[in-house]
Design a protein around this ligand. Structure first.
Ligand code: GDP
Length: 337
């Protein structure tokens, strides 16, 4: 899964950033995720994209192929892991853990509607958990008279539009910037944003025809790693969260986990927090990745809790005690919600 050649240069080794998609119902979260997975990719396997669990891994090379990025331009991260947010138990029941594992969020806003109730709720959650975000100002193709430029970078697509479309775009953009301001956030279209660390980037997109999607992907793999280099530093210490507990028709109960940092190896003994106490068992997987784990007893596993790895020589009791502490915390968080 991890190819060391994907890591550019001899700089500090970074892991893939983890990203989630939030926003009001119907803003286009699902469609945008589909677009991120599929644009310009003939077959998912060919593009190296894996989507075996509720998370999609996009290798850096896949993103390079889909953008105008020159071959010699380095991408410092091996890829991007996008969590399929909307349906996940850990997000609805235990949002705090779910969100805190994300390095960045994409907040989808419908350009024809501006900020809506759940957009504002998402902003509140992001602020509470101190998670940075990018705004995908979606459905630009709905602007009256929009000339479709499939999968084009947004600046290029905007240049091709008539004056009427340009001026409608401008006033809708200004309106959204004002609405963000009213909610305490400074935002600017990313192509005019000179203070990318302080001012939130807006990327106009169409999840229908793909305009702006290359820009969004580039921001995630090029700009973001420069902003949060330390947070993305690859570390051998395992950090892993259970995303979902599933019934699989052939495998029995499985847990889907997000490996935030470290490597899971075949033969590793793991402890999973369960509703009845703590659990074990894996092949090498390097962070950040989504992993499906199969083992007995997993039906009691709790979404949103940590997966703890016990290395040879580690104190099993200490690890179990840590798991028990998480179980208590998870139960109290669930109660709050
Ligand atoms: P979600 O509830 O935020 O996941 O929204 P969906 O992805 O389900 O999108 C809601 C509706 O808007 C669907 O009918 C989509 O086809 C449509 N939609 C989403 N994004 C776009 C877009 O960029 N352009 C257009 N024209 N329609 C879109």
């Amino acid at each position: 899964i991890f190819d060391p050649q994907d890591v550019a240069g001899d700089e500090k080794e970074l892991r893939a950033p983890i990203c989630c998609i939030l926003g009001h119902v119907d803003a286009g979260k699902t469609k945008l995720l589909d677009c991120i997975r599929g644009t310009n990719v003939q077959g998912r396997e060919a593009g190296g994209i894996t989507q075996q669990i509720g998370a999609t891994y996009l290798p850096a090379e896949n993103i390079r192929d889909r953008t105008s990025l020159k071959a010699e331009t380095a991408i410092k991260v091996p890829g991007l892991l996008v969590i399929d947010t909307p349906g996940h138990e850990s997000f609805s029941k235990m949002r705090s853990r779910g969100l805190s594992m994300c390095d960045i969020a994409v907040v989808v806003v419908d350009i024809t509607k501006g900020l809506e109730k759940q957009t504002v709720e998402s902003l509140h959650l992001l602020r509470c958990h101190n998670v940075s975000f990018i705004v995908a100002l979606n459905k630009v193709d709905r602007l009256y008279g929009w000339k479709e430029c499939t999968n084009a970078p947004i600046v290029e697509a905007l240049k091709k539009q008539s004056d009427d479309v340009k001026s409608e775009y401008k006033w809708r953009l200004t309106k959204v910037v004002t609405e963000f301001k009213e909610n305490g956030f400074n935002t600017a279209p990313y192509y005019e944003n000179n203070k990318k660390k302080k001012v939130v980037n807006i990327v106009p997109t169409s999840a229908e025809s793909g305009e702006g999607v290359p820009d969004l992907l580039l921001l995630l793999v090029r700009w973001l790693p420069d902003i949060i280099t330390d947070k993305l530093a690859y570390d051998d210490t395992i950090e892993c969260t259970v995303l979902e507990v599933n019934e699989h028709k052939d495998l029995g109960t499985t847990v889907d986990v997000v490996l935030i940092n470290g490597v899971l190896r075949q033969g590793d003994q793991v402890i999973v927090c369960t509703k009845q106490g703590a659990y074990k068992h894996h092949k090498e997987v390097r962070a950040a990745q989504g992993v499906k784990i199969v083992a007995r007893g997993l039906q009691y596993a709790m979404a949103g809790t940590s997966l703890i790895v016990v290395k040879p020589g580690d104190d099993l009791r200490q690890a179990e005690a840590a798991a028990m502490q998480e179980i208590d915390m998870a139960i109290s968080t669930t109660d709050e919600n």
